[in-house]
Each structure stands twice: as C-alpha cells, then as structure tokens.
Design a protein around this ligand. Structure first.
Ligand SMILES: Cc1ncc(COP(=O)(O)O)c(C=O)c1O
Length: 476
C-alpha cells in the first residue's frame, strides 16, 4: 500500500511503505513522523476509528500500532484524551539544542557566557508595542520593503544610538540585520567581493564568528589581546601587511572583558585612515557597564572608517534575531545588495515592534532595570569569589566592569581548565572554557568564563554557591 493520507485534525501526511505489512507500515510511518518532529511532542493523534477509516485499515490494526508505539515510548495514552505524542519522545537526534552544537545537557546551574536571563524579557511592554505598531502599520508593512529595513526602526535607532552610544548615525546609513552574525556575514562578503580579503579577529575571541568570516570569503588572522584589549598597536607592523579589516569588541572584549585602551583606539583609527581600511566594531553588550559611564563607540570618532554593529541579543534576547549595521557611506550600496540577495529584508513585524519599544522609551527602562539586576548579580559573584582570588588558590578575576560574564584566570601552577570544568560538572554547574576561544591550540593561559546572565533570578544565588564549592574543591 503506498501513498499519503492526511491525519485529520493535525494535518500530517503519512507515507505507508507498500513493502511493509499494514500494521508495521503504519508504525514505521508514525515513528518517523515523531522522530523528525513532524508530529510534535504533545500533539494529539486522531481516534483509531477515524484514522482507520481514512487509511482504509481495520480499527484493530491502527489500535495495535498505537499500542506498540506507546510501549516504545513514542506515544502516550491519556485517559479520556486519547493518544498523544510523548513529551520525551525519541526526537533527541533532531533536538535543535543538540544539533546546534550547544551542550547537549541542560545543567542545573547554567553559568555559561553569552546569554541574558530569558525570564527578564519584558513581555507585557513588548506586547503593548506590538499592538500599537500593528495597529498603526500601513499595508506596506506586510509587503516586500527596503532591504535596509523599516524606516521607523532605522529612525528610532539613529536617535537611540546617538544618545546612548555616541554613534553618528543617520537612518539612511543603517541596515537592519538578523543579529550580529548576519551583519558579520554581509560585511565579510562585501569585503571579499573585489579581491581576496583578510580580516584580523581578536585572539582569544569568538570561534563561531571566525567561522562565519571564513565561510563568507575572507581569511582570518589573529590579533592578540592583552589587558588593554586588542593589540591594535601591532597593525602597522610586519605581521599585518594585507589586512583589510579588523573585527573587534572594543567596549568589552570577548572573552577577556577588557576595554580597548584610549591609545589603542587611536592606533586603530589611524591605521584604518592611513591605509583606507575598515573597522568592524562589535558592540554586543555596550549597554551593560556598571562602574562608570559607558565608553562611547569608536564609530563616533571615525564614521567613515567604522562599520558599527549592535544587537538586541543581550538586552532583549537572541531569539528575536534583530541587529543593525551603521555603515560608512561607501559600503552602503554593496551591503544593501548583499542583504537583498541573502534574505531580501529582515521581517517587518519585529522591526516595527522594536521601533515602538525604543520610541516610547520602554527599551531605556528595560535596559536600566537589567543593568541593575546584572550589576547585583556581578556583585554577588565577586563577593563570593573574593576569598578565592587570594593565595593559595591564586584565581584572579578579570573584565568585571561590564557585560554579562567575567574571566577567571587560573594560576600557572594550579588547577587546569579541565580540573575546574570537571569539578563544576560534578556539581551540575556549566561554565565556559577559555581554551575553546583561541585561534589555534597552544600553550595558552588557562581560564574559565563565568556568565552571570542566564539563570533565573531565584536560581542565581544557588548557582554561585555551587560554583564556589567547585572552586574550593580545586584549590585543595
Ligand atoms: C561577542 C559577541 N558578539 C555578538 C553576540 C550576539 O550575536 P547575535 O546578535 O548574532 O545573537 C554575542 C552573543 O552572545 C557575543 O557574545
């Protein structure tokens, strides 16, 4: 028996293999649908009588197939509510968390860097903005539009970035993107269009971003980082003759946490100006500075040389996939073309919602509230780590003035990264490994990256306590 039949109610087509028996064929097709998540966990299956009639099978065959899959754990039989796909069905191979390369296990205490507290998302205010934005939207909001993105958002961002980050932005020079990662991909593509390009990226830095650059054409060379940030003072030297652009995190170096020193900022801009080169300024968490006024974006001092990139991934959440490039004018046209060929434009409803959210100052209020929350978390972390930063343990903490993570340097003769990660894992704590962020393996300083953004507010103190117990165990 071959062909496909819709399952009533859940709009699913099942391919029944003619070479397999009726019952075995139905079991196989259902198993496949659950495994590939075409039937989602919790989805309700049709009643046996109905499915039997639809597929031309006996009711007993369908019932036997359901029973078998219940026994195997794919389906669950609920008294009074029929048969549903099991919540923990065998779909793990297709679980996005697993296949995305993220750690497969969700640790009880998640202190990995790079994530904000998802429970802090301002749902009510966001909904108000969405309602207002959709109510006011003209019909063109649902049509193809400018590849740069909605003018409402570009106008709101130009004002916001100028006011809060010292960015010199006019709406016509802003391109809305799917987060930092798309911005970096588009800039890489544009740089490599005319001739093979080379981009210098921080070492240590973000491994994924280096891959994004390479996949879009340019080669990547490492630019070392010390406590003053990226070694931009080396750019005029012999190691960097053919570099077309430098990609860096000047406000809060990822992962070491330093701020690019004033002399290094000048060296970077001088190099870009005198060699007709580009700076890609990744301002991924510039809103979160705790101990003094935020340092303005480099773009404000050299808008013709700097492509400034921002994102809502740390302020609102990475799932929104909203970011922006403030571009030098000469790159605007190729960037717009690259964006148009990539995805035509970023989707409009989120853009209009964010535009309203910024314009009514809900974004300012949200960022301010988050800054306070994360600052308290950082203070608690530092307080608990304080006793460990003295000998004999010898840990030292870096990059505490900003952002959602700190770097814990390990003493040369003390526990290794692996020792700390193992001790943490034994207490169900996950932290980041500095060793994963270098351009190439080698004899690098050892450290772990502690993110304090992810846990819910109520779960955070226990996570810090568990971490300190792990560090205690390593110090003995
Ligand atoms: C260094 C750095 N840059 C950028 C981002 C944001 O990337 P995206 O906007 O693609 O989510 C992150 C997020 O964790 C980051 O750590």
């Amino acid at each position: 028996m071959s062909g496909s039949w819709p399952i009533p109610g859940v709009d699913l087509h099942l391919e029944l293999d003619p070479a397999t028996g009726r019952r075995a064929g139905l079991e196989k097709a259902l198993r496949e649908a659950v495994r590939t998540r075409r039937l989602a966990p919790g989805a309700r299956l049709p009643a046996t009588r109905r499915l039997a009639a639809e597929l031309g099978l006996s009711r007993g065959t369908v019932k036997a197939a359901y029973d078998q899959l219940v026994a195997e754990g794919y389906l669950a039989a609920r008294q009074g509510s029929g048969t549903v796909v099991a919540r923990l069905a065998h779909g793990s191979a297709d679980d996005p968390d697993r296949s995305s390369g993220e750690a497969a296990l969700r640790p009880r205490h998640d202190l990995r860097p790079g994530r904000p507290d998802a429970s802090a998302f301002p749902t009510a205010a966001w909904l108000r903005s969405a309602r207002r934005a959709l109510g006011a939207a003209a019909g063109d909001a649902f049509a193809y539009g400018d590849p740069r993105g909605r003018i409402e958002l570009r106008t709101a961002l130009a004002e916001y970035l100028g006011r809060t980050r010292g960015v010199l932005a006019s709406p016509d020079l802003i391109v809305i993107t799917g987060g930092y990662v798309q911005a970096l991909a588009l800039l890489s593509r544009v740089l490599g269009e005319a001739a093979p390009a080379v981009i210098a990226a921080e070492d240590p830095g973000v491994t994924f971003h280096r891959e994004v650059i390479r996949r879009n054409g340019p080669a990547v060379v490492p630019i070392p980082v010390d406590e003053q940030g990226a070694r931009t003072d080396l750019l005029e030297g012999p190691g960097f003759p053919s570099v077309d652009a430098v990609e860096l995190t000047p406000a809060h170096q990822y992962p070491t946490g330093g701020t690019l020193a004033p002399g290094r900022r000048r060296a970077l801009v001088d190099w870009a100006r005198s060699n007709d080169r580009l700076v890609i300024e990744n301002d991924y968490d510039g809103e979160f500075r705790y101990d003094r006024q935020p340092i303005g974006a480099i773009q404000g001092t050299a808008p013709d040389r700097v492509a400034y990139v921002g994102t809502v991934s740390k302020t609102l959440g990475p799932a929104l996939r909203l970011g922006w490039i403030v571009t030098p004018r000469r790159l605007l046209e190729p960037l717009v073309e690259a964006k148009r060929h990539d995805d035509r434009q970023t989707e409009s409803i989120g853009q209009l919602t964010l535009a309203d959210f910024i314009t009514c100052h809900a974004y300012d209020r949200h960022v301010r509230a988050c800054r306070l929350r994360y600052r308290r978390r950082r203070d608690l972390l530092l307080d608990r780590l304080d006793s460990r930063s003295r000998p004999p343990a010898g840990f030292s903490v870096h990059g505490v003035a900003a952002g959602l993570h700190v770097l814990l340097s390990l003493p040369a003769c003390g526990p290794t990264e692996q020792d700390v990660l193992s001790a943490a894992a034994a207490r169900d704590v996950a932290v980041g490994r500095l060793g994963d962020r270098w351009h190439a393996p080698g004899d690098h300083p050892q450290g772990v990256i502690v993110g304090f953004g992810t846990p819910n507010q109520h779960a955070y103190p226990a996570a810090v306590e568990a971490l300190t117990r792990a560090l205690d165990a390593c110090s003995r």
